[in-house]
Design a protein around this ligand. Structure first.
Ligand code: GTP
Ligand code: MG
Length: 368
C-alpha cells in the first residue's frame, strides 16, 4: 500500500514535525522524521488532528489499457451471444448447421470441428450470435484468460448416449462462468433415444427440468429431422430478454479474439467478437502484444463491412502479428497501442527468460 514520511505528513497536516512525532508516540509508534508511516496510521493521525486523508488510486499497470466506464444511460440493446457445448459427437455442429440451413459438417475434415466459427441467425426478427466450439477446450482456454464472451450456453446432450464426461465438464464451466444453460436433448429421432433418462441424469448434476419443477429449460430436438429448433431459438430469446443484455455502441471498441491465424494472402486474420463500442475501418487496435490498424472487416456472410457493433463477430485484417484466442482487442490511439504492446512484449520476454532460467537450473540439478 501507500506510505508517507513523517516530515511530509506533518507538512500536509500543517503541523510541526515534533507535534506529529508526539502524537505518534501516544499511539505507541516510535517514529523519526524520515520514517514512513502507512496509510492507516496516517489516517488515524489525521483524525487526531481533526482532519482526514485520502488514498490515491493504485498506480496504473503500463501493460493494461484502462477500461472505459459506460454511463448506464448510454446502454442499448445488444444481441445475445450463445455458445454450443457438449460431449463429442452429440451433434453440436449438426444442430448449428440445421439452424443456419447451411452445411459446414460436410466441409470439415472428418466432420470434426477444427476451429471456432461465429455465425448470426435470425429468429422472430431478432439476431442471435452463435459460437461453435470444439467441445469445451476453447471455452476453458478463454475462461483461463479471463475472457467472458458468451451470454447463454446451449448444452447439447444426445438422447441415445446420455450424460457423458464432457457434458459434466461443460455444465461445470458454464456454472463457474455464471452463464445460464439451456439444454438441447438432441437426436430424439434415433432408436433408443430416451429423453427422460437424460433429464434424470442431468437432475443428478443439478439441472432440474422445468416440467419436473426445476428451472432449467430443456428442449427435445433433432438436428436431422429439424424438430424443436424454433422452440430452442425462442427459448434463447426468452432467456436473453431476462438477462437484459446491453452495451454502449458509441465509444471506442472493446472485444475478444475468438480465433486468429496467419493467412498467406491476407496476412493476420483475427475473428473478433465486438462487445462494447463500435469497431471501424482505420481504427488503431491492440490485442495482446499485437497491434495495428483495421484494414478490412468481413462479417459471417463473407461480406465486407465498414463497422462492427456490440455482439457482432467479424474477421479483422490489419494486425501485425497473430494474437491469441481470448486476448482482449481494444481500439485506442496509435501511440498508446504501440507503447502498451511494447510493454507487454517486454513483460512476456522477462517471464519467458525467468522460465528458461528455471528450466536450466532444473537441468543442472538433475545432472548433479
Ligand atoms: P464434435 O465437433 O466432433 O465434438 O461433434 P459434434 O458435437 O459437432 O457432432 P456432429 O454434429 O459432428 O454430429 C455427430 C454425429 O451425430 C454425426 O454423424 C451426425 O450426423 C449425427 N447427428 C447429429 N445430430 C443428429 C440427429 O439429430 N439425429 C441423428 N440421428 N443423428 C445426428
Ligand atoms: Mg462439431
Amino acid at each position: 500500500g501507500e506510505s508517507i514520511s513523517v516530515k511530509d505528513l506533518a507538512s500536509k497536516l500543517g503541523r510541526e514535525v515534533s507535534e506529529v512525532i508526539k502524537k505518534l508516540m501516544l499511539l505507541g509508534i516510535m517514529a523519526s522524521i524520515n520514517q514512513e508511516v502507512d496509510f492507516e496510521t496516517a489516517s488515524i493521525l489525521a483524525s487526531e488532528f481533526g482532519t482526514s486523508v485520502e488514498e490515491l488510486p493504485p498506480e496504473e499497470d503500463p501493460t493494461e489499457i484502462p477500461e472505459i466506464e459506460d454511463d448506464p444511460k448510454d446502454l442499448v440493446y445488444r444481441h445475445p451471444v450463445v455458445t454450443v457445448m457438449g460431449h463429442v459427437d452429440h451433434g453440436k455442429t449438426s444442430l448449428l448447421d440445421t439452424i443456419r440451413q447451411t452445411n459446414v459438417t460436410a466441409q470439415e475434415a472428418g466432420g470434426i470441428t477444427q476451429h471456432i466459427g461465429a455465425y448470426q441467425v435470425m429468429c422472430q426478427g431478432k439476431k442471435i450470435v452463435f459460437l461453435d466450439t470444439p467441445g469445451h477446450e476453447a471455452f476453458t482456454a478463454m475462461r483461463a484468460r479471463g475472457a467472458q464472451v458468451t451470454d447463454i450456453a446451449i448444452l447439447v446432450v444426445a438422447a441415445d448416449d446420455g450424460v457423458m464426461p464432457q457434458t459434466i465438464e461443460a455444465i461445470n464451466h458454464a456454472k463457474s462462468a455464471q452463464v445460464p444453460i439451456i439444454v438441447a436433448i438432441n437426436k430424439i429421432d434415433r432408436e433408443g433415444a430416451n429423453p427422460d433418462r437424460v433429464k434424470q441424469q442431468l437432475s443428478e448434476h443439478g439441472l432440474i427440468p422445468e416440467d419436473w419443477g426445476g428451472d432449467t429449460i430443456m428442449v427435445p430436438v433433432s438436428a436431422h429431422k429439424k424438430t424443436g429448433l424454433n422452440e430452442l431459438l425462442e427459448m434463447v430469446l426468452l432467456v436473453a430478454e431476462m438477462l437484459d443484455l446491453k452495451a454502449n455502441p458509441n465509444r471506442a471498441a472493446y472485444g475478444t479474439i475468438i480465433e486468429a491465424k496467419l493467412d498467406k494472402g491476407r496476412g493476420v486474420v483475427a475473428t473478433v467478437l465486438v462487445q462494447k463500442g463500435t469497431l471501424r475501418i482505420g481504427d488503431s487496435i491492440i490485442a495482446g502484444t499485437a497491434f495495428g490498424k483495421v484494414r478490412a472487416m468481413i462479417n459471417d456472410r463473407s461480406e465486407k463491412v465498414k463497422k462492427a457493433e456490440p455482439s457482432a463477430p467479424v474477421e479483422v485484417l490489419g494486425l501485425a502479428e497473430v494474437p491469441q484466442a481470448g486476448d482482449n482487442l481494444v481500439a485506442v490511439d496509435e501511440k498508446t497501442a504501440r507503447i502498451v504492446a511494447e510493454k507487454r512484449l517486454a513483460k512476456k520476454r522477462t517471464e519467458e527468460q525467468k522460465q528458461s532460467q528455471k528450466v536450466s537450473l532444473d537441468e543442472l540439478f538433475k545432472q548433479i
